[in-house]
Design a protein around this ligand. Sequence first.
Ligand code: ADP
Length: 179
Amino acid sequence: MTGVGQPSSVRDRIEVVRGDITTLSVDAIVNAANSSLLGGGGVDGAIHRAAGPRLLAECRLLGGCEPGEAKVTAGYDLPARWVIHTVGPAWRGGRAGEEVTLAECYRQSLMAARDLGAGSVAFPSIATGIYGFPLARAIPIVLREVRNHLAVEALPARVTLVCFDAETHEAYLEALGRA
Ligand code: ADP
């Protein structure tokens, strides 16, 4: 039974939305960056455009980021206070540790959010765009890592999985049994 003063269930702490992650008023958004951290296409480009040039200036100080790692900057002109930059695995057929690296992206980003004291964090679908990670193989990894984190950590209280396109949105909803 869930009542006043009781922590909400893991299920209730996960939300799937379709939209543009740069518009969300959450404490932190996650960027699917590349290892230079100097900007790129897809969601990375959108985040840099929306955050303004001060984001790139801070990223230049970070010395890049390895696949699976997560590094934090301010959000500058974004509604979000922080950006957690992580680098997904470029898909090379699935035998180069891509699934482990993708899991590490979510795990490290969630730990970074927790360490920031972020109450809410939003993720894009890391690596399933330009990096070519198959969506159907990514989603179970995403849900496992988010659930595992929320089962043992109070922060972030809420995780939003942001889907930019209809195909990604439908696949996430189906995987969560909310289609
Ligand atoms: P990667 O290189 O890690 O594959 P991409 O940016 O190419 O990163 O794609 C990751 C996902 O982010 C894709 O599903 C893409 O459609 C989505 N995406 C692109 N722009 C945005 C945005 N503004 N907000 C949320 N998701 C986005």
